[in-house]
Design a protein around this ligand. Structure first.
Ligand code: B1M
Length: 207
């Protein structure tokens, strides 16, 4: 039985080796992968974000927590991908221009791969030209991630750019809402990684 509180604390404190040990032990004991994420790792990032808002921790603490989180995700990725079903289509994903947050984007990419999609991961700080290149490589859906209120506005430019070009643009990230997605004319809003997969399915799943 995994101690999710201990896992959450280890992520928050950035104790990378402890996170790796605990996640590996959870995997070895056939713990539900969603539980590892939803009860241990994701709440850790949420809580350290709240501490950051209250000036109780600073950017270095966020960085080491993020590094520990990424190490845990790297162990989970093959399990999620192996569990995947087959669905045809290519999705390009990137964090938008000016934004360097990539944990949520990586999680969405992992879940899309797990659902059988070919994923073109464009990384962070993506301007329109990067998404254009992915479309030239066959991307049918563009998934944009933003974690900052100052960068989410760039999604409006991306949506406008691809309007009428036969590419679906979907958006997500902590400050993004359905209302914002509607306002900028996006083709969809994914509240979380599963939401992004459902959107891709709705556009690309053979039916
Ligand atoms: Co930053 N940061 N950060 N940060 N950081 C936030 C976002 C913040 C809310 C913290 C706070 O103040 N409480 C705040 C933003 C405030 C705002 O805009 N209103 C903030 C700030 C201010 C900043 C800096 C400006 C700080 C500074 O330098 N003074 C700076 C900006 C740098 C930049 O990007 N230009 C900065 C830097 C950083 C670090 C580098 C230290 C680090 C990022 C490391 C990394 O990503 N490799 C970091 C972190 C870790 C955070 C918090 C604590 C955690 C983010 C995270 O990983 N969450 C964050 C606080 C928070 O979000 N509560 C914060 C876990 C992740 C799994 O969730 O990314 O939301 P999330 O993804 C979810 C969904 O949103 C959704 O699915 C995912 C899985 O469920 N989703 C999508 C995401 N993308 C999607 C795309 C889709 C669909 C769904 O496509 C369709």
């Amino acid at each position: 039985m995994t101690d999710f509180t201990a896992l959450k604390t280890a992520v928050m404190k950035g104790r990378r080796q402890d996170v790796v040990t605990m996640v590996q032990a959870a995997i070895d004991s056939h713990e539900d992968i969603s539980a590892i994420l939803d009860q241990g790792m994701i709440p850790a990032m949420r809580e350290i974000g709240e501490q950051f808002s209250r000036n109780e921790v600073y950017v270095p603490e966020l960085l080491i927590a993020a590094r520990a989180m990424q190490s845990g995700l790297a162990l989970i990725e093959p399990m999620l991908v192996a569990a995947g079903r087959k669905a045809p289509g290519t999705v390009a994903i990137g964090t938008v221009k000016g934004d360097l947050h990539d944990i949520g984007k990586n999680l969405v990419a992992i879940m899309l791969k797990g659902a059988g999609y070919k994923v073109i991961d464009l990384g962070v700080n993506c301007d329109i030209s990067k998404f254009e290149q992915a479309v030239a490589q066959g991307a049918q859906v563009i998934a944009c991630s933003s974690l900052l209120t100052t960068t989410m506005t760039y999604m409006k430019d991306i949506v406008a750019h691809f309007q009428g070009k036969g590419v679906k643009v979907i958006v997500g990230g902590a400050p993004v809402t359905q209302a914002f997605a509607d306002e900028i004319g996006a083709d969809g809003y994914g509240e979380d990684a599963n939401g992004a997969v459902k959107l891709a399915d709705s556009f690309l799943k053979a039916g």
